[in-house]
Design a protein around this ligand. Structure first.
Ligand code: ADP
Ligand code: MG
Length: 509
């Protein structure tokens, strides 16, 4: 468990994330303007009359965006509300021409209700993180203050782009059921999982660097084992995993210091200062905004039928959670292995390609991936960019087909595990070719010819009379010694299982 040492007690951290993802769709949530917002587009060329709130303009809900929200909801095991509404969240700021943001009311069920996702917790076990809700809303525009000494400029291209806000659930009634994020690392894992689900479903690019994913981070602290929650602070608008982790740690320590000095935590809104890694107060409780939510009279109530939900469910690809269940139930993998292999869809696709439906490959391929390849991610083509290999010194990309071949050659006794490992290392060192080619080139072939193995076994027994004596008088642990010597004598090429069997037979005589 992640704890922070205090003066008199250890403290644990309670974290509730509000994550915004930008929904992928051609047009915006309430207008027909292009939603392909990106920084290279000239300012205000993708903002229409609705977006800049010209009088008399009416919003029309984009059905596709609603479907995207439902898809995501199904992806996080959530209840989908049959009825939900849109409301005006009032605040005045020049990036918001309407004078309000259309969102979904906080005191009513939004389109996506309670759900959960699973991460690997700090203790190495799978951990459920509850989600309270996910609602649809509009994004605001962007202000530019660095273009003129005395003027600010507004770009409304992003205004009205669809956001889905996913609010994690800290159940205040169940202070000892820790189905929420409790450490900086878990916060990162939670966000990565949200990102994976969004990407797997095509709901969002969910890319923090590009701004299509950002998070507000609520942090509170309590003494380890406490059966209550303390007041929280919310750190606004975080756009990098590293900053989020730093901010949580700093903020938690700040609160601990206040509490240890007899103070109380006020529910403040904080900003994170990238320069020095500190958090500081952006708005205090007294300045808290009153958004005066009220239902938007220009928009109809959103109604979703069971048929809608089923139709959308049918279009969904297999999600990380289902993939995980398949690995456990059909392939017999451990929960740990299954979770590691479904951390990203790139990895699970890679794994599925290598296994290619052959159950007998499932475990060995998982082992190669988790214990060997994960240590050399630069050799795996599972990152976003597909690397070109014109550079002869570039690391060799190991393909799923390579591992299939490796695993199959071991299974068919063409090479043994030790040789496979050597071939693997040669590939990491840049050697090109199929596994068969590399094995042939280095004369690696497993000796499965009983006669050849037998003579090596006899030789080893003859040369080590003292050890034979000890073995026969009960020191059976020496078997490894004999196997090792036979393997050495055969230059590592003998089939170790056959060696061991033959040795046992002969030494029993
Ligand atoms: P607000 O409108 O103030 O942002 P929300 O309900 O939208 O409040 O979200 C607040 C977030 O903080 C949720 O994820 C919630 O689960 C979480 N949260 C609530 N209480 C605590 C607490 N004591 N410590 C940490 N997080 C909390
Ligand atoms: Mg909030």
């Amino acid at each position: 468990m992640f704890t922070i040492k205090g003066k008199t007690t250890d403290w644990e951290v309670v974290i509730g994330l509000e994550t915004h993802i930008e929904v992928l769709s051609n047009s915006k949530i309430f207008s027909g303007a292009s939603a392909d917002y990106n920084p290279t587009v000239a300012p205000n060329t993708q903002a229409c009359m609705v977006d800049v709130a010209m009088p008399g303009m009416l919003p029309v809900l984009n059905k596709y965006c609603v479907e995207q929200a439902i898809k995501f909801g199904l992806g996080i095991n959530a209840e989908i509300s049959k009825h939900s509404r849109f409301a005006r969240k009032q605040y005045f700021y020049p990036d918001l021409p309407q004078g309000y943001q259309i969102s979904q009311p906080i005191n009513e069920p939004p389109v996506v209700g309670r759900g959960w996702i699973e991460i690997i917790g700090d203790d190495g076990n799978p951990k459920k993180i509850l989600i309270e809700r996910a609602h649809l809303e509009q994004d605001a525009g962007k202000l530019k203050h660095d273009m003129h000494p005395t003027k600010s400029f507004a770009d409304y291209n992003r205004t009205g782009v669809t956001l889905l806000e996913i609010v994690a659930f800290v159940d205040l009634e169940k202070p000892d059921e820790k189905q929420f994020v409790t450490s900086p690392d878990e916060a990162e894992k939670y966000l990565r999982q949200i990102r994976e689900i969004a990407r797997a479903l095509g709901v969002s690019k969910a890319n923090m660097e590009e701004g299509s994913m950002r998070a507000d981070v609520n942090v509170s602290v309590r003494p380890v084992g406490a059966k209550y929650f303390n007041e929280r602070c919310e750190i606004k608008n975080m756009v990098s995993f590293k900053f989020i982790k730093n901010a949580i740690e700093y903020e938690a320590k700040r609160q601990i210091e206040i509490l240890e000095n007899g103070g109380t935590i006020e529910r403040n809104t904080m900003r994170y200062n990238q320069g020095d890694g500190t958090t500081s107060i952006l708005r205090s409780k007294e300045d808290a905004l009153d958004y005066r939510y009220f239902p938007d009279p220009d928009l109809l109530e959103l109604e979703i039928t069971d048929e809608d939900i089923e139709r959308i469910r049918k279009t969904m690809p297999e999600l990380p959670s289902a993939t995980r269940a398949r690995y456990i139930n059909e392939y017999g993998l451990s929960e740990y292995d299954a979770t590691r292999l479904t951390e990203t869809t790139d990895i699970s696709h890679w794994y599925d390609t290598a296994v290619n439906g052959k159950k007998e490959r499932a475990k060995p391929v998982a082992n190669w991936l988790i214990s060997e390849l994960f240590a050399h991610p630069e050799n795996m083509d599972i990152t976003n960019e597909i690397r070109e290999h014109t550079d002869p010194d570039a690391p060799r990309i190991i393909t799923p087909e390579n591992i299939t071949e490796l695993v199959d050659m071991i299974a068919s006794n063409e090479i043994n595990g030790k040789q496979a490992k050597e071939i693997f290392i040669k590939m990491l060192d840049g050697e090109r070719g199929t596994i068969h080619e590399i094995a042939d080139k280095h004369g690696m072939k497993q000796i499965t010819d009983t006669g050849a193995i037998e003579s090596a076994v006899d030789e080893v027994i003859k040369n080590n009379p003292a050890q034979v004596e000890q073995y026969k008088s009960g020191k059976v642990g020496l078997l490894g010694f004999f196997v090792g010597n036979v393997m050495k004598a055969t230059h590592g090429q003998a089939n170790p299982a056959m060696v061991s069997d033959l040795l046992k037979q002969k030494l029993a005589d």
